[in-house]
Design a protein around this ligand. Structure first.
Ligand code: 2HA
Ligand code: ZN
Length: 321
């Protein structure tokens, strides 16, 4: 069978084009890899050549020795995959040590596999082992809203997971293990690959701060759907925070109203010389202080600058704005 007629190639091309249409693949941004099943390799073997040399992967993935992958080419545009798959894509084979690859099909105008090949392969190696071979797709996209969120939220797995889950109910169902986050690193090398693969042991989603997202999944639908769902939550997030922000304002105006109406109750506080004031000694204030802190644990506060704050100074600041 011709490579381009194979179902897995058609599925790959459709997914890549869907990503392009979502606006996640400006210029040569993003890359996609599929670990081909042995029977699928068999289907297309008449078209697989042996004329290309073995090349170093740039990392070592012994768990993938002898495997075949369909991957995007370095510098190729997702936009062009649907019109020129043989120019933009490659089928590569790994050697028996898992340190070298060779091109068996595609990249007919020359070139090499994606610059993120080390990350793709190291992720595949982790996921193949952890899922007993079920996961076959690794997808990297420059997802606009998720990238924007990495400029606003603290770069922490727990914070991102909570904020993305809270932004859409689908989140906790579609990515129940949460998401991992990596601070800015130089893309395209082994260091970022090692860091990403480490997080892939725990999550199916890893966010690269100020850059994009990596997702792992069983097939094209599940992997595309996963990335799409995370990105959708990130898109909704600013609206949710805005609502919460106004909820904080409402809560605070109630507190201030109570405070003003109960001035008499608080008079001792104001009549004390400042150095003698010991906050927790005055029960109503203790209560108030506690209440304020409680609210802070519940609501993130985003100021006019769009910067994410949590905690007492942040709320005082936001009230003053
Ligand atoms: O251009 O997305 O991370 C490909 C990339 C690099
Ligand atoms: Zn990228």
């Amino acid at each position: 069978m011709k490579v381009l007629d194979a179902e897995f190639v058609q599925g790959y091309i459709r997914m890549a084009n869907d990503g392009w249409e979502q606006g996640w693949h400006e210029r040569n941004g993003g890359n996609l890899s599929y670990r081909i099943k042995p029977e699928e390799v068999d289907e297309v073997k008449e078209e697989l050549g042996f004329d290309k040399p073995w090349q170093p992967i740039g990392t070592s993935v012994p768990g993938l020795a002898g495997e075949y992958f369909l991957v995007t080419g370095s510098g190729k545009y997702f936009r062009n995959i649907i019109v020129d798959p043989e120019v933009c894509l490659a089928i590569i084979e790994l050697d028996e040590t898992g340190t070298n690859y060779r091109i068996r099909w595609g990249l007919v105008e020359g070139g090499r596999p994606t610059s993120e090949l080390p990350t793709h392969l190291m992720n595949h190696e982790v996921k193949k082992k952890l899922t007993n071979g079920k996961h076959r797709v690794i997808y990297h996209a420059h997802t606009t809203n998720t990238i924007a969120l990495t400029f606003v939220l603290p770069l922490d797995d727990k914070v991102f997971t909570r904020e993305l889950w809270e932004s859409a109910t689908g989140g906790a169902v579609v990515f129940p293990d949460g998401v991992g986050v990596i601070g800015w690193m130089v893309p395209g090398g082994r260091d970022i690959a090692v860091k990403t693969a480490e997080l892939m042991k725990k999550y199916d989603v890893v966010i690269w701060a100020h850059h994009g997202m990596f997702c792992s999944g069983e097939d094209f639908d599940l992997t595309f759907g996963l990335l799409h769902t995370v990105e959708k939550s990130a898109e909704i997030h600013p609206a949710v925070v805005k609502q919460k922000h106004s909820a904080v304002h409402t809560q605070y105006s109630h507190i201030i109203a109570v405070f003003v109406h109960c001035r008499k109750l608080f008079r001792p506080f104001f009549s004390y010389p400042f150095f003698r004031v010991r906050f927790p000694d005055i029960p109503p204030l203790q209560f108030l202080f506690y209440f304020v802190l409680q609210i802070h644990q519940q609501f993130p506060v985003v100021g006019n600058t769009g910067i994410y704050h949590r905690g007492f100074p942040a709320t005082v600041f936001s009230l003053l704005q």
